[in-house]
Ligand binder design. Structure first.
Ligand code: FAD
Ligand code: FO1
Length: 438
């Protein structure tokens, strides 16, 4: 598993009594390479092992429903990890505020963390690493082929990343071992207990979300394989609902994409294009956010897109809406309003509708920069799977031609790929979808 890891500092290991896995993105016990790597270190060091999750209650653009989903899953992990003699400590506070003290008071000699390319996570990592005095390793267990291994640059599109992933699939798409019951118990001393009592978060402060957790994620996956995967080719019809609904579990790391891909490939199940989305498209999202610092604004658009959108900046807009009208789903087009309502009422919007939804925001906003800001704001505020590299990449694709090519130029869009009501009408029963959400 060393091939999924990189060191974030050059400090030497000195004997301690504990190893810490700082869990953030990959909120699961099973199929978690960061947890496995931390346990491997702890066993070699003959140390105990503990897991820490730093709860940041003002996490950017996170709503109560997102925290309820996340915390429900985390509280289930506390119970499950107890059986392995591995405590999970959920601490309230920014990582660089709570982790340095936690490491010292628990007598820890190593820190292992999981990987995320987003600004918030990268800033946490940098700040924590600058304040600690133990070796800090980072393991990418969100991607099948680690983001910092598959490519050293921002890829043009799926077509340039795909061969790089495929070349490494033999090495990385493997079965994943389980953690074992840890033989060395975690020893807390008085100071540590006091620290925990002052920082630990307890279940009573969140509402339980029945659909959250590793077991629910596995059930969702099994149901998808049994009942839906064979219809996945018709995924672009939102009425067919021929999709997995796995995105919330994948976003919060409650299920491993490697486990999903491994089970489908090992059992030779026809995937109808599902693995292309799950592996290439999804891992392109991390590549984009890791190498493009402007992933959340219009500066990330490719030059051809910047040019063409500028040429059409002053085109006449038939309709113009502000963020309030978009958020309320009050545009002139019932199909767009239905997509917005599906998202605000269920926390999920069908994938095909997300493309159409974002492109209409471009068409009905005063400029591309405002369109990007509105789409990101609404997507992250309402999507349970929001605040994710897939979202930034999906919105930049829809509005700014990222990972796409130039098309026949038209009003406002220039050469950005166009979608409209009539295009949807040709693909599926729009009245049926509208009726479901209006
Ligand atoms: P399925 O079709 O069952 O796909 C399975 C998994 O593959 C998904 O959960 C996802 O992890 C991955 N996947 C599928 N399509 C894509 C894609 N186009 N790009 C990247 N990964 C993909 N995805 C998010 O996870 N969070 C978001 O906030 C988000 N916002 C988006 C905004 C726009 C404007 C667009 C065009 C796409 C966005 N996507 C986002 C990508 C995609 O639409 C969703 O991942 C997918 O609809 C989730 O539903 P599902 O799990 O049922 O998908
Ligand atoms: N990760 C944390 O380590 N602490 C948090 O408090 C936290 C809150 C949170 C809220 C919403 C959400 O969508 C994700 C959240 N994450 C949190 C998850 C983590 O930051 C993930 O790495 C990224 O969201 C995806 O890269």
């Amino acid at each position: 598993m060393e091939n999924r890891m990189r060191m974030l500092n050059a400090l030497q290991y000195e004997k301690g009594r504990n190893v810490v896995y700082w869990m953030s993105r990959d909120q699961r016990i099973e199929d978690n390479w960061a947890l496995l790597y931390a346990q491997k270190n702890a066993l070699e060091d003959q140390s105990s092992l503990s897991v820490v999750f730093c709860l940041v209650t003002d996490y950017p653009e996170a709503a109560k429903s997102h925290f309820d989903f996340m915390m429900t899953g985390l509280f289930k992990l506390i119970k499950k990890l107890e059986a392995y003699h591995i405590p999970l400590h959920i601490l309230r506070g920014k990582p660089d505020e709570v982790l340095p003290a936690y490491l010292i008071l628990s007598g820890s000699s190593r820190l292992v963390s999981d990987f995320s390319p987003l600004h918030v996570n990268q800033e946490w990592k940098e700040s924590v690493t600058s304040k600690i005095h133990v070796p800090h390793s980072e393991v990418d267990t969100r991607n099948i082929v680690p983001c910092f291994k598959v490519s050293s640059k921002k890829e043009y599109g799926a077509y340039t990343l795909r061969p790089k992933i495929n070349r490494l699939m033999g090495e990385f798409l493997t079965d994943i071992p389980s953690i074992t019951q840890h033989p060395i118990p975690f020893e807390a001393n008085y100071d540590f207990d006091t620290f925990l009592n002052n920082h630990q978060v307890f279940p009573d402060s969140f509402s339980v979300c029945s659909s959250s957790g590793e077991d629910q994620a596995k059930c969702c996956f099994n149901g998808f394989v049994e009942n839906t995967l064979e219809r996945y080719a018709s995924r672009n019809d939102p009425n067919a609902d021929a999709v997995s609904h796995l995105s919330k579990y994948l976003h919060f790391g409650q299920i491993s994409s490697q486990r999903i891909a491994y089970e489908i490939s090992k059992n030779r199940i026809p995937d109808h294009g599902f693995l292309e989305e799950l592996i290439v498209r999804r891992e392109l999202g991390d590549n984009f956010c890791f190498y493009e610092k402007n992933y959340d604004n219009a500066l990330c658009f490719p030059d051809w897109a910047k040019l063409t959108l500028n040429d059409h900046r002053n085109d006449f807009r038939d309709y113009l809406y502000d963020i309030e009208a978009f958020e309320a789903g009050k545009t002139h087009e019932p199909l767009w309003n239905a997509a917005q309502n599906q998202m605000t009422s269920t926390g999920y919007m069908h994938g095909y509708m997300r493309m159409y939804w974002a492109k209409k925001i471009l068409e009905w906003s005063p400029d591309p920069e405002t369109a990007m800001a509105i789409a990101i704001y609404l997507n992250n505020k309402y999507q349970l799977d929001g605040r994710d590299p897939n979202g930034y990449a999906g919105i930049a694709w829809s509005i700014g031609g990222v990972h796409d090519r130039a098309w026949v130029p038209r009003n406002v869009f220039g050469k950005i790929r166009y979608m409209n009501y009539n295009g949807c009408k040709r693909k599926f029963d729009v009245d049926k979808y509208i009726k479901a959400y209006i």
